[in-house]
Ligand binder design. Structure first.
Ligand code: MN
Length: 308
């Protein structure tokens, strides 16, 4: 799911500001983009931080009313990535070309592995406000051309950390380990802060903190809506505070060593791979089956390097 950015790339430069920990935290702005009917805050990729661990994409949308949220996203293809869908409010029906049909509700995880190719649709259900995060994880060489897969988790582990409770989507935080598939060594957690908490980090990993609700103080720096804080490897904890309560995503992982190329819904290594995927989708060749959906399939023009 990808739409045109609506603000200049200049707006995604890291913000220089006085900091008591200048070497330990970098703040970035999300940029606004449009996906279907939804305006989203695109936190990743950043121009100077393309990936955090294997996390390569994060859109945060809402909360908006069901009238504003639109009907969802029609069938569209992916290659070389996992989609991680996390819902704070609203219900969606996932359908994919493997035949999966899965309702997702708040607190549940949909994890779709594209590998060589998959197509999915996400139809919005009901009248609740929409508040969601859509993330992608780049697949490593070992699995990125492999079989597609889909899994759903409605009983994710939780861990209490001082005045916070974390739900672990992927990987491990504290004593809690998610059952979700992982092809690289990465972690993703939803952290609900009631006050202050010391969050354990793995010093081998880089991390980001992305607010979903409220304003968080991280290492004494305010991180509000449409902002994110990046922490390089070498940290074994971070102090978070939110006197008024807040909710955030914590993402981390071993820095991803493979150089990726992202265009539209594809994560690849070369332009040729993306050109080939685009041609297969456009011609509806059998690499990409189309799941049944009340929504129309999505097409885009060829990538810029393949235009006449
Ligand atoms: Mn998608």
């Amino acid at each position: 799911m990808s739409g045109p950015a609506t603000i200049a790339d200049d707006a995604i430069e890291p913000v220089a500001a006085a900091s008591p920990h200048p070497a330990t935290v970098e703040l970035f702005d999300s940029r606004e983009a449009v996906v279907g009917a939804l305006t989203v805050q695109r936190a990743l990729p950043q121009r100077t931080r393309r990936t955090v661990g294997a996390w390569c994409f994060l859109d945060h949308a809402g909360p908006v009313s069901s009238a504003e949220a639109g009907a969802g996203i029609g069938p569209h293809p992916h290659i070389g990535l996992q989609t991680v869908t996390w819902v704070l409010s609203g219900e969606f029906l996932h359908r994919d070309s493997l035949g999966s049909e899965q309702l997702i509700r708040p607190g549940e995880l949909n994890l779709m592995t594209a590998g060589h190719g998959i197509v999915h649709a996400e139809e919005r259900i009901g009248t609740s406000p929409t508040h969601i995060a859509q993330l992608w994880v780049a697949q490593p060489a070992a699995t990125r051309d492999g079989a597609p897969a889909f899994e759903h988790h409605d009983d994710l582990p939780r861990v209490e950390l001082d005045d916070a409770v974390a739900t672990v989507l992927v990987g491990q935080l504290g004593d809690a380990r998610s059952p979700a598939r992982r092809d690289t060594d990465h972690v993703g957690a939803d952290v609900a802060l009631r006050g202050g908490a010391t969050i354990p980090l793995r010093a081998t990993d880089e991390h980001v903190i992305v607010p979903l609700e409220g304003v968080i103080e991280a290492d004494g720096r305010a991180v509000g809506p449409a902002r994110l804080a990046y922490f390089p490897p070498g940290r074994d904890e971070v102090e978070l505070r939110a006197p008024d309560g807040a909710r955030l995503l914590l993402l981390g992982g071993i820095p991803f060593e493979e150089r990726i190329l992202m265009w539209w819904n594809y994560v690849a290594r070369t332009r040729e791979e993306i050109t080939e995927a685009h041609a297969a989708w456009t011609s509806r060749r059998d690499r990409f089956g189309i799941p049944p959906s009340k929504l129309s399939s999505i097409d885009v023009p060829p990538p810029p390097w393949a235009r006449d």
